[in-house]
Structures are given as structure tokens and as C-alpha cells.
Design a protein around this ligand. Structure first.
Ligand code: 3IX
Length: 232
């Protein structure tokens, strides 16, 4: 699958046709590195985020001044992205800014999805203290965020796109911090603009949570009228 972003002149993020990959899967929605250092900046800020959320300090006023200087600098040298454009579906600015999968967003873990021939999308990840809810456990809202994203990716792998209308999450056992986690998602069926998609989250053989989502394809987003604004 690929996307059309001709209206912006921006190259879309590369997707992978699940029919063309082998049983080991293939990277899905790989985000390009534009060579600017942006991805390294985000990775460094992820490290910073973990240190700030997961440490105690005697006095870090010197660090506040340093970080403020950095923010002032980035504000000067960057070009701001406008999120209110139709073509933000499936182009690097759209995916890169995403709080779950975005390689440019320090909030994201980020997810690095792999797609399989049957359309299953899988990620493997380990989350640190900055995602903590109950002591030693991943926050339930973060689990829901990751699920929502993974369901969206499974939809993209199946060639569709939808707004989340209903997301049900069942938490079966605590999701541990600092342990390898595995999320697998797959589109189940579609009916008109309605899309049903499911996912599970495991650590080892233990099922931590599962989800079922109903997505509604925005009106006007089908191939034949991709250039029209989203009305739904
Ligand atoms: C093809 C282009 C491909 C391009 C993409 C390429 C690559 C992919 C790139 C990226 C993918 C990556 C990321 C995507 C990942 C994650 C996605 C994140 C998802 C979100 O983060 S998203 C934000 C949260 N989400 C909202 O912000 C929704 C707010 N909401 C609304 O915007 C409307 O509410 C809407 C649009 C949902 C429906 O509105 P609407 O007017 O279009 O639809 P309408 O009312 O006509 O309903 C039609 C039929 O759905 C039934 N129906 C509707 N809602 C229902 C419900 N809740 N429960 C049960 N049934 C429901 C009706 O009952 C009717 O059924 P029936 O036809 O049988 O009567």
C-alpha cells in the first residue's frame, strides 16, 4: 500500500504490502531519516525524558537554563508544521509527530511495527518509568494509546483508514515496566465505512491486555476522492 500526498508535494511514508512479505514479516511504515539530526535529537530527548521522570535531584537549576537555551534555539531554527491539513495522513510530518509511533516525537516509545502476510502487525518494546501507572506497571492509559495506534496500523496494513469510534480494553494482568512486551493487531472485518480490529498485549506467554476497536472511515477519504477535505 502507498499513500498519495501530491497536494503537498511531500513524499508519503513507505508502507508495505502484506501480500509481498514472508513469514518473518517486514518493517511497516518505516519513517525516513532526512539526515538533519532530527531523529537523533528526538532519541536524545527520550533519554532526557527518562532521566527527568525517573530520577531525584539535589539542584538542577543549571540544567533548566541549558534546556531553556536549547528550546529557544530550536524555536528559531525550526519550521513549524501545520497539523490542520488533509495530507497529514501518511506523510512524514503526520507519522513522525505521533505520540505512539512517531520517530520525531520524544513522547513516543516509539513503535517499530512489523507486518506479516496475514496482515497482522506486531511491535516489540520495553517501557521505562516514564510510562508508569501502578508501581512497576505500565499506565493503563498508555496501554490504550498503544492499542489504538496498533489497531490503526493494522487498518493501514489492510489498506484502510478510520477514526476510532469505540475502543474496548480488557486488562487481564498488570503490564510490567522494564520487561519485553509484544503487541499484535489485526483487522477482523469491514462493512461499508465500519472497520473492526483487534489486538493483544503479552509479556512472554502472559496475556496482559486485549482490545477490540470499531473504526469509521472518514467520508471522502477513498482513493477516488482523496483530494477532497475530510468531512466525516
Ligand atoms: C485510504 C487512505 C490511506 C491513507 C493512510 C495511509 C497510511 C496510514 C497512515 C497512518 C496510519 C497511522 C496512524 C493511524 C493510527 C491511529 C489512528 C488513531 C485514531 C485516532 O486517534 S482517532 C481520534 C479519536 N476518535 C475521534 O475523535 C472520533 C470522533 N468521532 C467522529 O468523528 C465521528 O463520530 C465518527 C467519524 C467516528 C463517525 O461519524 P460519522 O458522521 O462519519 O458517521 P455516522 O454517524 O454516519 O456513522 C456511520 C456508522 O457508524 C456507526 N457508529 C458511529 N459511531 C459509532 C460508535 N461510537 N459506536 C457504534 N457505532 C457507531 C453509526 O451507527 C453508523 O452505522 P450505520 O451506518 O449502520 O447506521
Amino acid at each position: 500500500m502507498s499513500t498519495d500526498s501530491s497536494a503537498s508535494g511531500e513524499q508519503p511514508v513507505e508502507t508495505t504490502d502484506p501480500g509481498s512479505v514472508d513469514a518473518d514479516g517486514a518493517p511497516f511504515l518505516q519513517q525516513p531519516d532526512d539526515g538533519s539530526g532530527h531523529l537523533e535529537l528526538a532519541a536524545e530527548l527520550r533519554r532526557l525524558r527518562g532521566l527527568v521522570a525517573g530520577s531525584t535531584f539535589e539542584d538542577v537549576h543549571d540544567a533548566v537554563a541549558t534546556v531553556r537555551e536549547l528550546s529557544d534555539h530550536l524555536e528559531k531554527v525550526g519550521t513549524r508544521v501545520n497539523p490542520f491539513t488533509y495530507e497529514t495522513w501518511g506523510v512524514p510530518e503526520h507519522i513522525g509527530a505521533n505520540p505512539a509511533i512517531g520517530s520525531r516525537n520524544p513522547i513516543s516509545p516509539p513503535l517499530e511495527p512489523v507486518v506479516f502476510p496475514d496482515g497482522t502487525v506486531r511491535v516489540e518494546l520495553t517501557l521505562g518509568i516514564e510510562y508508569q501507572g501502578p508501581p512497576g506497571c505500565v499506565h493503563g492509559g498508555i496501554v490504550a494509546l498503544l492499542f489504538d495506534e496498533m489497531l490503526g496500523l493494522a487498518n493501514a496494513a489492510a489498506g484502510s483508514v478510520g477514526m476510532t469510534a469505540d475502543l474496548r480494553v480488557t486488562y487481564k494482568s498488570p503490564t510490567p515496566l522494564l520487561q519485553p512486551l509484544r503487541i499484535e493487531a489485526r483487522q477482523i472485518r469491514t462493512e461499508g465505512r465500519k472497520i473492526w480490529t483487534e489486538a493483544t498485549l503479552h509479556t512472554g506467554d502472559t496475556l496482559c491486555a486485549r482490545t477490540e476497536g470499531l473504526f469509521i472511515e472518514p467520508r471522502g477519504i477513498r482513493d477516488e476522492d482523496r483530494d477532497k477535505p475530510i468531512e466525516g
